[in-house]
Design a protein. Sequence first.
Length: 463
Amino acid sequence: MAPSMSLPVMFKHLAMSTLVAAQVSLSFPGPSGFDVCKPTDCFDAKCAGTPVEFKGTKLQLSTWDGANYSLVGDIQAYSLVQDDFGIFLHGPLFRPAQRKANDVLPSVFVTGSLTDKIFKFDDFRFSGGDVSANMKTVASSPGPSTMYPIPPAYEGGPERLMVAEGNPFFLNPGNHTASMWRGGVQVIDEEKCTTIFPVNPLMSALGRVVNTVGCHDSGFCFFSVWKFYDDSLPMLLDDCLYWCKVNAINDPTTCIEVGIVEDDQGTPICHVNGKGGVHGFKIGKDDTSKSNVFDIFLLFTGQGTFDKGDSEVYKIQLQVDHLGGLDSKPKFVKTLSKAEWGTDLWKKTVEKPDHDVGVDHAWIDDDGKYVWVGTFRKQNNGVHMLEYDTGKLIHSVRGIADIIPGKYGYTSGLSGIGAYGKPGSYIALATCEEFGQQFLGGHSAFVLLDISKAPGNGSTIIV
């Protein structure tokens, strides 16, 4: 979830929200944050949904030579704007296994963070120069951001969702309630929501603002606790990257062990002034030569602004052990190495320190060759293709800001299928608008980006 407002507006909104939350707490005694989370009848596909149409549009593809951008040409995209989206969309999640025979694209989820809703799109078809689909609201959730898929609880059942939730202002108006909870991680099925983080009883009642969730097949999940005003306002509780050893990776109901990830020097990976905290992350490839060792890309962001700010990206290598035997003392998660990654994107494409890119979330293509990174700040708002192994910046797709005329829209999440230059390959992009636009008829757009063909001539891309 990217920053969402200018500083003056942010301070005003924080004060107003705190006052409202205090008033609501007097009217609704006891922690009631869990009331917001509830699946709908559409969660297990038992509803018709609403036909929608993604309108064809063009974005711009540029190549980076190490010092400057050169425009390559237009790249095809399709954009959908709906009232139910509000101004904050996040966490797209393609589900290739749910693709039906005649579908142009597989099912994809996206979250409405301000409207406390989770949407699902399926039945994709080309319709002239547009793409038609079916839209369903599958769940209510307090400030949902990113999601991770969990297998069905039974044969033939619907896939479940592990959802990162976060609202630093406590008050969640979704699902016709006035519930108060800052967020956490919940697993949603067709009947209920199960909270697995935070595990501390007090923190569980109050909640923590969780932005990104991801799991590894070894049985460990990771959660980034991050607030958009990192480096802008004082924080009572630090924002950190947490690990969780779940009871069962295919049926997680609790964290049986939990802690803060430490770097290769043993320092907790938490917010640092001037660097921010871990906003988004993406679990990468396994090290086939070592047991339970894998990469994670960490995207650090600080300051709730759209120009200046803090951004850094690191690639770390982690090792996990179910018995906690990674050190002389019980240790379940250990960072083996840490290195800066993708430095041209966040050091060279804008003039630091006067400007910043604002790194957000990432997706690794199906070939494992490229990592796509979203950025939200005005000097280089878009989605960028970098080499997995080297971090070299290859291309940037820009023009997101102009999808809705007269509004500043920015990239706020991405998920993809396929790989650059391969037929049928797409990236789903969530976007947001600056806070305050909802009072002026503000909306956000859900965008499908075709990365299968070269700009201009429609031929397959050769890299």
